[in-house]
Design a protein around this ligand. Structure first.
Ligand code: UD1
Length: 430
């Protein structure tokens, strides 16, 4: 029984350092196997999703040399196994990046169908469409995606949906295909750009990442590089909203403020002050929060991965707010947990209608997925009394040292392993 135990009520105050972007890291470590030379990656977040992917790569014969907690050397010259289907890889979403990376390099790959957070059906048809357009055959057999090509040939691909994963997978495979690939209606997320920059630093020829149209000229081979991953937009946004809900004053450091613009805009709308500098953003919440409307959208819209966090804030704001989820169909499962803390939220189809309440009261909660889990922690920090959060393994998939970083901002939160530790925490914080 590992839980977070929280005594709410303290405003978060201080500075917090943001780590490397989990979703960029997942794509980049997979891409690192595409050369036989050794690649050095810095600013790697130490979170379980990334560690599970590295372990799966190791089991396929990739040499992983962890220099320190945030630096890894990867060498893909000794890969013996193009089948990656161990139990842990099935739990993470980004396992599918090994498909694009291995297909590009070896023209063959077999990887367990991706898992990840249970927030909707999460089809992979656009990935498959992309691989087929490049000349690969794709089959799904025994729970694995199997793909193979005589040779990969550049193609003009129109994405039916804006998909981060499919855009990245097509970039990976197309980087080592013959000729030019054009991806139309591509995802523009910062981690798509980061992956493209990483591959370009290995000798790939990718232009237009960050726009709707990405052009990739296939190259014969890729070479070694040293690369630092961009800061995590969602980790930063979570601490920014944690400041808002606890009426705090938090400076998130080591960020790219441009990546946070849609988050900053909503914080300003609900009455927070936001100060930006070159690589930091300070959020001060001194007034009562105001209601607003928000709809999740692909980048540069408001991220779906920040949807539970903004809902937690709006449930405490004055008046009626709406939050519309347009990316994943099943992303409001945490609302029942918030209701148990006193929130007044009605979900109709893909919209949450939120009547602000003055406060939350602590309760025993369970994290339903990664981002909702983090949002429930935020609610616990804002609540009156004690909160416990179960299933924190979901949260630890994507937040490094979550409770320690929150403690450094003055939160009363501990990671407890037993009832005895929980009682001890309660006695300590009173
Ligand atoms: C990535 C992120 C995730 C984030 C999401 C949207 C990683 C590891 N995960 O997930 O944190 O919430 O982007 O920003 O980077 N779709 C299809 N067919 C496909 C692919 C996607 O219909 O082949 C749909 C999905 O069901 C979803 C939408 O397209 O409704 C967007 O999904 P996508 O951008 O692909 O998300 P992921 O890459 O899975």
């Amino acid at each position: 029984m590992e839980q977070y135990a929280i005594k709410g009520g303290n405003p978060l105050v201080g500075e917090v350092e943001i780590g490397g972007a989990k979703n960029a890291a997942l794509a980049i470590v997979a891409a690192a196997v595409m050369t036989d030379e050794t690649v050095l990656i810095e600013n790697l977040p130490d979170v379980s999703d990334v560690n599970v992917l590295l372990e799966a790569m190791e089991s396929a014969g990739v040499i992983i040399n962890r220099i320190d907690r945030h630096t890894v050397k990867i060498n893909g010259s000794q890969i013996k196994n193009l089948v990656v289907d161990n139990d842990s890889i099935k739990k993470i979403r980004a396992s599918y990046y090994l498909l694009g990376a291995l297909l590009g390099k070896y023209k063959k790959a077999e990887v367990a169908l991706p898992g990840g957070c249970n927030i909707g059906s999460r089809a992979i048809d656009q990935h498959i469409k992309g691989f087929k357009a490049l000349g690969a055959q794709v089959r799904i057999e025994h729970g694995n995606v199997c793909t193979e090509a005589q040779h990969l040939k550049g193609s003009h691909i129109f994405m039916d949906k804006v998909s981060v994963g499919a855009t990245i997978n097509i970039i990976l495979a197309a980087s080592l295909a013959d000729g030019q690939t054009i991806i139309e209606n591509a995802a523009k997320e910062p981690h798509v750009v980061d992956l493209a920059n990483f591959l370009n630093s290995m000798g790939a020829n990718i232009k237009g990442a960050g726009t709707d149209v990405i052009r990739i000229k296939g190259v014969e081979k890729l070479h070694k590089t040293e690369y630092a991953i961009i800061p995590d937009q969602i980790e930063a946004g979570t601490y920014m909203f944690a400041a808002a809900v606890t009426k705090g004053d938090v400076t998130v450091k080591n960020v790219i403020p441009k990546h946070l613009e849609s988050i900053t805009a909503k914080l300003l709308e609900i009455g927070c002050e936001v100060e930006e500098s070159d690589d930091a953003v300070r959020v001060v919440a001194s007034k009562k929060l105001e209601h607003t409307q928000v709809k999740t959208l692909p980048y540069p819209g408001f991220p779906t991965d920040m949807q539970p966090q903004i809902t937690v804030a709006l449930a405490l704001a004055d008046g009626t707010s709406t939050v519309t989820e347009s990316i994943f169909e099943n992303r409001f499962k945490y609302v029942d947990e918030l209701t148990r803390m006193g929130a007044n939220i009605k979900v109709e189809s893909n919209t949450a209608i939120i009547e602000g309440v003055g406060k939350y009261t602590g309760a025993g909660l369970t994290a339903p997925d990664l981002r909702a889990g983090a949002a429930l922690v935020m609610a616990g920090l804002a609540a009156e009394g004690f909160t416990t959060i179960d299933d924190i393994k979901y949260i630890e998939r994507g937040y490094e040292d979550f409770h320690l970083k929150l403690q450094s901002l003055g939160a009363q939160i501990e990671r407890v392993k037993s009832d005895k530790e929980l009682q001890k925490f309660k006695l300590k914080v009173g």
